[in-house]
Design a protein around this ligand. Structure first.
Ligand SMILES: O=P(O)(O)O[C@H]1O[C@H](CO)[C@@H](O)[C@H]1O
Length: 324
């Protein structure tokens, strides 16, 4: 392991025995897949560190997609933790992902917001990308709202549209990569969690209504999201194949977070902001880029803030108060 990994992971750097390239007990391999997964106790340590510094228990966790960090700026009484200061936490390396965990109140509900997420292409294994979801769970979060920027594959989708995720296709899982790989930690959830009811139907329905109330009319949809490993945008042939498979939007995140959240029995709502058209024709002159993704996110900043606030208000009135 590299020195950097040791600091991030809080590990000793000692290999637990399955590594063939061990010198003096220190693992010499540099690939991220070789890292030891977090133990339950490490996640607990992170959750305790935060709980001791935050005077309320967050109920809803929000993950901000690329360029969507302003969702966190509307939090009242914010308490911020740069990821680099949180024990065991990874750090964000992508433009448009500030790298802060922010606690506060939104629509009078205690929430925690990830202003920046972790992606596989940054070099993190999927379990590490999704680790903050488990920290949220141990802090008391029962509802996840995962947001992302995505390319629109469906022919009716336009830049600026919102797609509420009704299902996903775990392409990385097809290739044998999953955040739940490795020994199962029963204290989080079962070895073989179901995934056919991953996305809360009632919240999707309410999300559509809220979108319409906010004037979205034909610009709000329900659809199927898929995550590829990135960081390159897709080829024409890849996009055509994904379309044939039934994908409506494509990105490089969210699926591993949702799987981890469902494993530990969190309720999930996810939505994509369509930030660019997927290019399905060989003679197109356009090329996708991260700047257009960020620009589209900026353009929808205010609307998305209202959208999320209204959804949280609904969750609060319909569920959180009933359970307390
Ligand atoms: O999924 P989020 O984090 O919103 O970001 C999306 O935008 C970036 C590409 O522009 C990729 O990271 C992709 O996953």
């Amino acid at each position: 392991m590299t020195g950097v990994t040791k600091i991030i992971n809080g590990n000793s750097g000692k290999c637990n025995g399955h590594c063939k390239s061990v010198e003096n007990g220190n693992c010499q391999r540099k690939d991220s897949t070789h890292e030891e997964n977090y133990t339950y106790e490490m996640i607990q340590q992170t959750a305790n560190y935060l709980s001791q510094r935050v005077p309320f228990e967050p109920k809803i966790g929000i993950i901000c997609g690329s360029g969507l960090g302003s969702l966190a700026q509307q939090l009242k009484q914010p308490i911020e933790f740069p990821y680099s200061t949180i024990p065991n936490f990874p750090v964000s390396t992508v433009e448009g992902h500030a790298g802060k965990l922010i606690f506060g109140f939104l629509s009078n509900v205690p929430v925690v917001c990830m202003q920046g997420r972790f992606h596989f292409y940054e070099g993190y294994p999927l379990w590490k990308c999704a680790m903050p979801v488990r920290v949220m769970k141990l802090m008391g979060v029962c509802q996840l709202i995962a947001t992302n920027a995505a390319g629109g594959l469906h022919k009716n989708y336009k830049v600026g549209d919102i797609m509420l995720v009704k299902d996903h296709i775990n392409m990385m899982g097809f290739a044998g990569n999953n955040p739940l790989q490795g020994p199962n930690e029963e204290r989080f959830g079962p070895r073989f969690p179901p995934m056919n009811k991953a996305y809360d139907k009632e919240l999707i329905q309410r999300g559509i209504e809220i979108g319409k109330e906010l004037g979205l009319k034909d610009n709000i949809h329900t659809g199927v999201y898929t995550c590829l490993g990135g960081p390159n945008f897709e080829t024409v042939a890849e996009l055509r194949a994904l379309k044939m498979l039934g994908c409506d939007a494509v990105g490089m995140s969210t699926v591993h977070e949702v799987i981890t959240a469902r494993h530990c029995d969190m309720n999930v709502l996810a939505f994509s902001l369509i930030t660019n058209e997927c290019i399905l024709e060989y003679d197109s002159q356009s090329e996708p880029n991260h700047e257009e993704v960020m620009d589209a996110a900026k353009m929808r900043e205010e609307l998305l803030q209202k959208f999320v606030a209204k959804i949280i208000d609904y969750i609060n009135k319909s569920r959180l108060t009933q359970n307390s």
